[in-house]
Design a protein around this ligand. Structure first.
Ligand code: UTP
Length: 292
């Protein structure tokens, strides 16, 4: 265990270089991460969650066709000037401006998997622990998921992943943890299995898109062979670190929407629209009418 294990978490990596094939044709020219839930793109929810957890630098691992993400977090000079000239309020754009000191972009030249995408950020991450956030998993709760994890990290250090409990019959589509000692929302992780059969699953706690990792994971990724689906898997690299460094799971107190799937995306849209003060009542009336 190095001195790094409790350094503050200042950087978050957002892997956004995937092809988004489940959302074609919508994602042919528009990055999946820019698809909006009501009026905010998915990536904006993740960046806001990171900011609320104290993250100072957002590192986006992008690829070809992902330029809209850079534009989104830039200053929209013409837009803002014109809006101001017309007396319109631009405060709605406040969360979208990331100054050069607060963001960095690195390219993943081929979509070789999540592990490879994280590895592409190694030079910017450097020798300090960091967060990884998958923007297509929308974590909805207060405090946010990453904040809950950072609070846990301050107690136990090391590596953490967020988990959710699901019905046992549905574990086979996910990464599943083998649990050790449980202390409230914190569970020691003694193993990780990707997409196990129901009968072989070590628990019903699935890995859910938020990670706090020690920088050593970059060395593990560097040496790693391709795994399931011919991709370099983050789960495999993390599994190798269990036993060498503290590894815990935090059960997220909130809701998770899998916006990488079409039904999850629709669910998130409906759930968040129903909660919005500016439209919840109208949407409830529409949903009730549609459901007959
Ligand atoms: P997913 O597997 O959910 O995204 O990866 P995908 O590959 O874009 O989507 P489908 O399955 O083809 O519809 C989870 C996250 O990891 C990123 C994706 O952009 C997404 O945010 N990712 C995945 C990369 O950055 N690089 C990769 O090589 C793979």
């Amino acid at each position: 265990m190095t001195d790094n294990s409790r350094k503050p978490i200042r950087k978050a990596v957002f892997p956004v270089a995937g092809m988004g094939t489940r959302f074609l044709p919508a994602t042919k020219a528009v990055p999946k991460e820019m698809l909006p839930i009501v009026d905010r793109p998915l990536i904006q929810y993740a960046v806001d969650e990171a900011r609320a957890a104290g993250i100072e630098q957002m590192i986006f691992v992008t690829g070809r066709g992902k330029g809209a993400i850079e534009d989104h977090f830039d200053i929209g000079f013409e837009l803002e000037t014109t809006m101001k000239e017309r007396g319109k309020d631009v405060s709605i754009l406040d969360g979208t401006r990331l100054s050069p000191g607060n963001c960095a972009y690195v390219r993943q030249q081929e979509p070789l998997g999540l592990g490879h995408a994280v590895w592409c950020a190694r030079d910017i991450v450097g020798d300090e622990p960091f967060a990884v956030m998958l923007p297509d998993e929308l974590m909805w709760g207060e405090p946010g998921c990453l904040k809950q994890m950072v609070d846990a990290y301050e107690k136990v250090g090391g590596n953490l992943i967020s988990v959710l409990e699901v019905p046992r019959e549905s574990v086979s589509s996910y990464g599943v943890i083998a649990p050790g000692k449980v202390d409230g929302a914190l569970t020691e992780v003694t193993g990780l299995v990707e997409k196990p059969k129901v009968a072989d699953a070590p628990s019903n706690k699935i890995v859910s898109g938020r990670y706090i990792l020690q920088p050593q994971v970059m060395h593990t990724l560097q040496d790693q062979e391709k795994g399931a689906g011919g991709e370099i898997q983050l789960t495999d690299a993390m599994a190798k670190m269990i036993g060498n460094q503290p590894f815990h799971a935090v059960t997220f107190d909130g809701r998770r929407f899998d916006c990488g799937s079409k039904t999850g995306f629709v669910e998130a849209t409906l759930a968040i629209a129903l909660e919005r003060e500016d439209m919840g009542e109208d949407v409830r009336a529409i949903a009730t009418r549609l459901l007959g």
